[in-house]
Design a protein around this ligand. Structure first.
Ligand SMILES: C[S@@+](CC[C@H](N)C(=O)[O-])C[C@H]1O[C@@H](n2cnc3c(N)ncnc32)[C@H](O)[C@@H]1O
Length: 234
């Protein structure tokens, strides 16, 4: 299942092919590993509209649904996995409220300001997978990262939240996430688990998770980040 070289992870065909053979794989961490952080970060109203980008065959969408979050869209550009997930959970399964769509996260077709929360678990990691030098990312890597974030930023409501789970060190991601066009701000929290990964949340509201390292970028928009260590290998 693992590709010969990391650059394969960038190919839609790789994922389409992989998902024809694989039914479930949880990248980095499972929901139960970061449930507490999710619950602290997510809005209290569980009917807020959420989007999971690059959902793959992870059970994250289902696990959130089982926890009462019943307004979730899931997208992936691999058509094969979207059909499988629909069959498993929505059409043949118990939660018809979960929505699944084949869509490129770098070219999302949702209206501006559609979502309260966008979640990325190990998906932007794929976009950066051929980054030879994290201190000095290539133009291609930078373009993909910024395009992804522009799409996320566009589909998020003004007071929306972006939650990102990743293995990448915060200082390598900040470069993109804190680009001035997003008006996002960074703060973080570490949780020791597994090999060591990160959960970051960027939002426009201060919540109890905001910590003193957070520094306001402007008066209207405040983002926060939470770092967490998890399990698994990307
Ligand atoms: C490393 S896997 C993570 C899957 C899942 N989020 C998880 O945590 O287990 C990356 C996923 O992102 C999807 N993906 C990669 N690039 C994408 C893009 N441009 N648009 C939508 N999905 C993409 C792949 O098909 C794959 O399902």
């Amino acid at each position: 299942m693992e590709p010969k070289e990391n650059a394969e992870y960038l190919k839609q065909e790789y994922w389409n092919e992989r998902f024809t053979k694989e039914d479930h794989y949880e990248w980095l961490v499972s929901y139960k590993d970061c449930k507490q952080q999710f619950q602290e970060a997510l809005p209290e109203d569980k009917m807020h509209r959420m989007l999971i980008i690059g959902c793959g065959n992870s059970s994250l969408g289902y696990d959130l649904w089982a926890d009462g979050y019943h307004n979730i869209d899931n997208i992936d550009y691999a058509e094969s996995v979207i059909q499988k997930m629909k069959d498993k959970y929505s059409e043949g399964g118990e939660c018809s409220e979960l929505r699944w769509e084949t869509m490129d996260m770098m070219n999302m077709t949702y209206e501006d300001g559609t979502f309260d929360v966008v979640i990325d678990k190990a998906t932007m990691d794929v976009v950066m997978t051929d980054n030879q030098d994290p201190w000095n990312p290539s133009e291609e890597v930078s373009e993909r990262a910024i395009k992804t974030l522009q799409n996320v930023f566009r589909v998020l409501k003004k007071d929306g939240m972006f939650i990102q789970i990743s293995f990448d060190q915060p200082h390598f991601r900040k470069k993109f996430l804190l680009d001035s066009q997003f008006n996002w701000e960074f703060s973080q929290k570490n949780i020791d688990h597994g090999l060591g990964y990160f959960i970051r949340c960027y939002n426009n509201r201060l919540t109890t998770l905001d910590i003193p390292t957070s520094k306001k970028r402007n008066q209207q928009v405040i983002a926060k980040s939470v770092c967490q260590f998890g399990q698994g290998v990307c």
